[in-house]
Design a protein around this ligand. Structure first.
Ligand code: 4AD
Ligand code: MG
Length: 464
């Protein structure tokens, strides 16, 4: 049996020799009719470039077939791969037979060469058939693989952490509830809803982060990571937030904040270098049509060490910046996107890692610093996007951790298993979360997070 991919366009275009007899299947991107011949741009998803198919009007049944082989149709073409006389491409397929597998009609919405991102979001089920979204989805696929490869090569173990959870990791964003109870007939007890009658016998939510589960495995396997979907019910309609996104979360035992920052920087650089080498054709599309400064920006990422400074130093820089920020900057305030972007885009002109944030701004599990008012947190900020990574050294001291959990208003009994990791063989450890979609925005220059995932989940959008 022939290997399925031996007749993929990507492989054919890379050939040095012509092929006498080959069959290609794909979708018609465009059709152009000239005197005696028609040209189809055929794309099979294997790469960005389409294959030019030359159809002589002498082909059997040409009139009937050509009618059905309009933009969007799925077709099979048999013929020979020959040197193309046109300057634009080396190879073309000179057809001997054309077969319609799935006809299209003139109502097919992707008739034009270019469509706005806004329009394409309304047809998310068809937009993978455009050059841009095809390129984006291939990048997503290759980068997913590269992320696993990065960690596996370094001895990290992949952990599948649960999606449905009984605990709240961040304590910041709202969570989605998971229930099988009938909303019209909720069981009541003590003035509230009786969750003991629900599927799990208690309240259940969709996870906002796999971190707490990853930490437990880290205490046995040393270095681990998770790469899975996470959910946040914040009603924030920004170009950088979604209700469902994918997060990569490594966790390292016997590691501190410096190790954490080193890993974050190495990972980002590895992925950028990988994409530039492995996905050059797809990246080029974004450099050409989305962000003309893209390649220079990516080169710049690889060329320099990321800037590392404390939150306190950053506040100082922002206060002296002489910029008119919408939100004023004082020590203790949460940095807004405008501040983060000033630091990474204007002041330093490269990625910046801020560390040691005020305790009040960060999650309960971050390790308290000796100054009593900051925690060993770090955020990686990058040009164009702002926050790409959030991480920390974890609070490994049992007493401090219990005090923090209570200070956050959580019940200790809900975290008994998490606390056990500190009770039995606890050790300094650290990790971070990288938002996969934010990374893809950073990598491609895409300005809206809705355009880097096949089916974005945002407030009031659940169509596809
Ligand atoms: O900073 P966050 O909230 O950190 C955590 O969840 C930690 N538990 C991670 C860890 O230490 N293991 O989120 C991490 C990253 C952010 O820096 C951002 O890139 C992305 O996840 N992110 C989002 N991406 C898209 N939509 C949202 N609503 C996001 N919220 C966070
Ligand atoms: Mg964060």
């Amino acid at each position: 049996m022939a290997l399925r991919n031996s007749n993929r366009i990507r492989h054919l275009l890379a050939r040095d020799e012509p092929v006498d007899d080959i069959e290609i299947r794909g979708w018609v991107r465009t059709r152009r009719d000239a005197k005696g011949v028609s040209f189809l741009e055929l794309n099979d998803g294997s790469c960005r470039t389409s294959l030019q198919v030359v159809l002589s009007h002498d082909l059997p049944d040409f009139d009937v077939l050509a009618h059905q082989a309009g933009t969007g149709a799925a077709v099979s073409v048999r013929g020979s791969l020959a040197e193309s006389p046109a300057a634009a491409q080396r190879w073309e397929l000179q057809a001997r037979a054309l077969r319609i597998i799935g006809p299209s009609t003139p109502a097919y919405p992707l008739q034009k060469k270019r469509h706005s991102d806004e329009f394409l979001r309304t047809i998310a089920h068809l937009r993978p058939r455009t050059n841009k979204y095809g390129a984006m989805l291939r990048l997503r696929s290759r980068l997913s693989w590269a992320i696993h490869d990065f960690f596996q090569q370094r001895g990290f173990h992949c952990i599948h952490t649960p999606i449905v959870t009984g605990s709240d990791c961040e304590g910041a964003g709202a969570m989605f509830r998971v229930t099988t109870l009938d909303p019209a007939q909720l069981p009541r007890a003590g003035g509230g809803i009786d969750w003991s009658q629900d599927f799990f016998g208690r309240e259940a939510k969709l996870t906002v982060s796999g971190q707490l589960s990853a930490e437990t495995c880290c205490m046995a396997l040393g270095d681990v990571y998770t790469f899975g979907p996470t959910f946040r019910a914040e009603n924030s309609n920004t170009s950088r937030h979604m209700a469902e996104f994918w997060m990569i979360e490594p966790e390292m035992a016997f590691a501190d904040l410096d190790d954490d920052m080193d890993l974050a920087e190495a990972m980002v650089k590895h992925l950028v270098a990988f994409a530039m080498e492995d996905c050059a054709e797809d990246l080029e599309l974004f450099a050409k049509f989305v962000d003309p400064g893209l390649m220079a920006r990516l080169d710049n990422i690889l060329a320099h060490a990321f800037e590392r400074l404390s939150y306190t130093e950053a506040v100082d820089i922002l206060q002296r910046a002489g910029e008119r920020f919408e939100f004023p900057v004082d020590w203790g305030c949460d940095l807004q996107s405008e501040h983060e972007r000033y630091l990474t885009e204007k002041h330093f002109g490269k990625p910046v890692i801020l560390r040691d944030y005020p305790r009040a701004l960060k999650a309960f599990y971050m390790r308290g610093n000796d100054d009593g008012r900051t925690v060993a947190a770090m955020d990686l900020l990058v040009p164009g996007v702002g926050e790409l990574i959030g991480g920390s050294q974890r609070e490994e001291r049992y007493d401090v951790l219990t005090e923090r959990i209570e200070a956050f208003g959580f019940r200790l009994e809900d975290y008994w298993w998490y606390l056990d990791t500190r009770r039995y063989g606890g050790c300094p450890h650290a990790g971070f979360g990288l938002g996969f979609e934010r990374f893809l925005m950073f990598l491609t220059g895409a300005g809206n997070i809705r355009d880097v995932i096949p089916f974005p989940r945002t407030p009031r959008h659940l169509e596809f």
